[in-house]
Design a protein around this ligand. Structure first.
Ligand code: CDP
Ligand code: MG
Length: 155
């Protein structure tokens, strides 16, 4: 039987430092809560290793959300994400991809758990304040969509 000490050794053996991509969406930038969201991110143990405030075009939003192009909400989503400034970020932590999805909470804020960013700040399922990568391949694609290697500080 594994002692709890051995369990934690196995846990740290399998957990690796990862980068994930995050976007603070227009509804949150507009409400001036990017600082509050960043505080939640940092308090949860993530390092912000790259960050910029930008505005993306409808065409860039279409490309970014390409995976959803068949979904009924695709056009509205692209319109919304290009409707105002967004903060794009790269976050670093052990197990960053899964842990950031947990910190974000469910897509629909009504179903998001207490203590999550979406529970606290999201307005609705479409204006849900935050985006985070859902898998290692997605994280890599999304980071390089917005950042070049020299912009990733402290990696
Ligand atoms: O962002 P997340 O990965 O949690 O959800 P998604 O299923 O990948 O959907 C991407 C984004 O599309 C969501 O964050 C919402 O902004 C939007 N969406 C929407 O407007 N209506 C839905 N029924 C589902 C998603
Ligand atoms: Mg998604």
């Amino acid at each position: 039987m594994l002692s709890s000490n051995r369990n934690s050794k196995y846990k740290s053996f399998f957990m690796k430092t990862e980068l994930t991509f995050s976007m603070i969406k227009p509804d949150a930038v507009e409400r001036h809560i990017t600082g509050k969201i960043n505080a939640m991110i940092e308090e949860a143990g993530f390092s912000i290793v790259a960050q910029k405030l930008i505005r993306i075009t409808y065409e860039q939003a279409q490309k970014f959300y390409d995976v959803h192009k068949e979904k009924p909400f695709y056009a509205d989503l692209c319109k919304y994400i290009s409707s105002g400034a967004v903060v794009v970020q790269v976050l670093k932590k052990e197990n960053a991809i899964a842990d950031y999805r947990k910190l974000m909470g469910a897509t629909n804020p009504e179903q998001a758990e207490e203590g999550t960013i979406r529970k606290k700040y999201a307005i609705s399922i479409d204006q849900n304040s935050i985006h985070g990568s859902d898998a290692p391949e997605t994280a890599q694609r999304e980071i390089s969509f917005f950042f070049s290697d020299i912009e990733l500080v402290g990696c």
